[in-house]
Design a protein around this ligand. Sequence first.
Ligand SMILES: [Zn+2]
Length: 359
Amino acid sequence: MLNHPGNLAPLHAFARAMPKIELHVHLEGALLPATVLKLAQRHQLPLPARTETELQDWYQFRDFRHFIEVYLKLQNLLRSSADFELITYDFGREMQRQNIRYAEVTFTAYTHLWMNKGLSPDDIITGLDAGRCRAQEDLGVTIAWVLDIPRNLSFEGQRYTGAASDPTVEMALAWQDRGVVALGLGGDERTAAAEPFAPAFTEARAGGLHSVPHAGEMDGPGSVWGSLRALGAERIGHGVRAIEDPTLIDYLITHHIPLEVNPTSNICLGVYDSYAAHPLRQLWDAGVLVTVNSDDPLLFNTTLNQEYDLLIDHFGFGAAELEQISLNALHASFLPPERKAELEQSFRQEFAQLHSLYE
Ligand SMILES: [Zn+2]
């Protein structure tokens, strides 16, 4: 039944039940609607919405400006250690619900400090770490952090003069014992290129962090090349527009550089007009190490499970390919090799058991 072209229901059920890993998701873009309302009440910060339905209308994606406005309003709700613990634990519950066993979650600590909410770096990491440990203990899901530099904000702050260490890098290096595994770079590539951030990434990598900048989303292959050459990118956030440069595609394959593809996000933000125009299948067929992710599930009204549904409905993926997508994320993760081997074995066992359920 799993690969029967006429009835896709068993394949969708299989995709929901299978063990998965997510590598590209922003904690602040993954808040649960009920939590957003709770935080607004907790801090007496009125939102343009009072119910979950009204909330959904408000944050429904319209354009990039509205997206940023909503994003900042949501960030403003996060004002204490307890808030960060709550949203991290919530995230863990969603992982458990969707059978996501491990996630590398992006978090933009610098924006919270820049917003001047009276938070110290210590308040932030204390909350994140408490939520992460409790999620591991109660729910059996593992969270690691990618701390990302907001590229546009950092340019505005004229941080890249070479005079001082980047505040995100300082926090990321100091918090490695509390789950930080990598340095990211988010924001709009068109107005802030990768190259000026080279010193920040050099320092982070020398201190033991991995490099995972966003590139090849709003801008073309040049931005991906810049991230590879100047930032030592080991994985690319998005990277879909690499498809415009065959030499770059060869490079990604030869050097085993995975892409963190986010189909729904790409459609919402207008990178592509439709799933038919999206290059996911082409990248996959060319042999690029593709992973699939949800980016900002709250704002794009998606989940990782729904992204897997898209693979089935719009990209013609069958059971074996879905399994490979899940294993790709495992291989592309920054877990230690022995943990990867353990998880691969247990994932394969689960896949086999699920086959007997849905076949
Ligand atoms: Zn992203």
